[in-house]
Write a protein that binds this ligand. Structure first.
Ligand code: GRF
Length: 198
């Protein structure tokens, strides 16, 4: 069987995309997966530049250019199909996934979240909001989670987690930085594990 074609959706810097790309080149995902398209809802997402740099089709699709979210996601579906994608990775994609995409790729969409779900997920729980909430609650540990996407934000079956300690002097940015390092290990690992099962 050839390498599984991944489609990556993102909205920002794309360090998780980079970790996946690196893993496809020289790591766990080598000859098991390849990123075949990267799509962003944000034109200035640095993740698009990373994709171009790697010679991978990088597409900006602006939701405002579509009459509805369903039609926006229909366009995403058609691009993913054009590139024969079998698994979608959400790597910092901030839009809620519409049911049409989930129906088209059932159990084939993975998301990474910078906390230990089921805690600290859901609407509005992204970026520094997550880490601020973790610190405010006095949690002793945090980490990251890869899960299968369903129709609720940050819901769906959990595939893998990595944990770190929250330090007494942590701020949201210091905690975010350490969690992000774990994400870069976890996402390729979780994809590799998942590919063994499908
Ligand atoms: C990560 O913290 C990820 O868990 C969350 O969005 C962030 C994306 O970071 N979903 P990057 O764009 O991969 O650097």
């Amino acid at each position: 069987m050839g390498a599984c074609k991944l489609g990556v959706l993102l909205s920002g810097g794309g360090t998780n995309l980079q970790a996946i790309l690196d893993s496809c080149e020289t790591g766990l995902l080598r000859s098991k997966a390849e990123v075949a398209i990267v799509i962003s809802n944000k034109e200035d997402a640095f993740g698009l530049a990373r994709a171009k740099q790697a010679g991978i089709p990088a597409l900006h699709l602006d939701p405002k250019q579509f009459p509805s979210r369903t039609e926006y996601f229909a366009k995403i579906i058609s691009e993913l199909k054009k590139h024969e994608i079998s698994l979608i990775c959400l790597a910092g994609f901030l839009l809620k996934i519409e049911p049409n995409l989930i129906r088209e790729f059932p159990k084939r969409i993975l998301n990474i979240h910078p906390a230990l779900l089921p805690k600290y997920g859901g609407k509005g729980m992204y970026g520094h909001f997550v880490h601020e909430a973790v610190i405010r609650a006095g949690e002793k540990e945090s980490g990251c989670t890869v899960h299968i996407v369903d129709e609720e934000f940050d819901h769906g079956p959990i595939l893998a987690q990595r944990k770190i300690l929250v330090l007494a002097n942590d701020r949201a940015d210091t905690l975010a930085e350490r969690v992000l390092k774990e994400e870069h290990i976890l996402f390729p690992e979780a994809i590799a594990q998942y590919l063994k099962k499908i």
